[in-house]
Ligand binder design. Structure first.
Ligand SMILES: [Zn+2]
Length: 157
């Protein structure tokens, strides 16, 4: 989440979400330097920073490896929007990025390119990202990305 002073709160690397505590969160500046926190920031810190730098209208980024978006990420170039609720936040399709290695600036740039005009994208052979003005909006975009991927994949069976 982007703070008013330009710093970023991000989850740590290597701690399972179900055991995550508030004190495990890490605050970084926009150059990736840790400002406070005892843990190492997420290995996708560059991706989060680059999205915030390119989308000044959003303040929250959620990156997941949710199952159906991950399936879509390994086989598809895009996923068409199927339901009205997803269309309201994601437009008419979800793009799948070109493959880039995890944790790299190349991945950060590619994800950011695909988020130029929408609030979610699927990361090739990896997972997905949802963004919004609030954590709730970013979560909703991620849920709509997962739901759309699931419906599309189940419709193929
Ligand atoms: Zn990831």
């Amino acid at each position: 989440m982007l703070l008013k002073n330009g710093n970023i709160i991000i989850t740590p690397s290597g701690i399972p979400y179900d055991s995550l505590k508030e004190e495990d969160l890490v605050i970084c500046d926009q150059n990736g330097n840790v400002v406070s926190g005892k843990q190492k920031p997420s290995s996708e810190l560059k991706m989060h920073i680059t999205i915030y730098k390119n989308r000044h209208d959003i303040r929250a980024v959620i990156h997941t490896h949710s199952l159906y978006a991950s399936v879509a990420s390994s086989t598809l170039k895009e996923v068409p929007i199927i339901t009205e609720d997803a269309a309201m936040v994601l437009g008419n399709k979800i793009k799948v990025t070109n493959y880039k290695s995890p944790g790299t600036q190349d991945l950060a740039n590619e994800v950011s390119r695909c988020l130029k005009d929408t609030n979610a994208t699927i990361i090739a052979n990896h997972g997905q990202v949802g963004i919004g003005q609030t954590m709730e909006e970013a979560l909703f975009a991620s849920i709509m990305c997962e739901k759309t991927s699931k419906i599309y994949i189940l419709n193929q069976i």
